[in-house]
Design a protein around this ligand. Structure first.
Ligand code: AMP
Length: 114
């Protein structure tokens, strides 16, 4: 594999992050520079699900955005968050800085623990 991104290193627990959700498929953590009261990032964990950007999706990885969206939806329901935005930044021109596909989850509602 080419060099690890910062999100590989968060996934592999080489650097700390404020993890709010984890299962076998997905990890969600707080964005370090939040743009809303709740700003989370959802990433797929499995190496076979790794894709740098929406622009790099293939038939093999086409399920990954749906996986991230489904986990975000479940997370919101479980935390009583009823309004939120989901975003993918695509490519440098689209504001993407980290080339490990991630779903931004933004809400004006705070998590109960925050
Ligand atoms: P994007 O512009 O879509 O690539 O978004 C990357 C996001 O990752 C930005 O909102 C950053 O604030 C966030 N970010 C960068 N480094 C970290 C980190 N170590 N922990 C949490 N979030 C990070």
């Amino acid at each position: 594999m080419t060099e690890k991104t910062i999100f590989h290193r968060i996934r592999d627990k080489e650097i700390p992050a404020s993890i709010v959700y984890e299962d076998d498929e997905v990890l969600a953590f707080k964005d370090i520079h939040p743009k809303a009261p709740t700003h989370l990032l959802f990433i797929a964990k499995k190496d076979e699900d790794f894709v740098p950007s929406i622009d790099d999706l293939t038939e093999e990885t086409a399920h990954v955005p749906g996986l991230l969206i489904r986990k975000a939806q479940k997370f919101a329901q479980e935390h009583g968050i009823t309004g939120y935005q989901l975003k993918f930044h695509v490519g440098k021109g689209g504001g993407q800085e980290v080339f490990y596909l991630h779903l931004h989850f933004l809400s004006e509602q705070k998590l109960a623990d925050d």
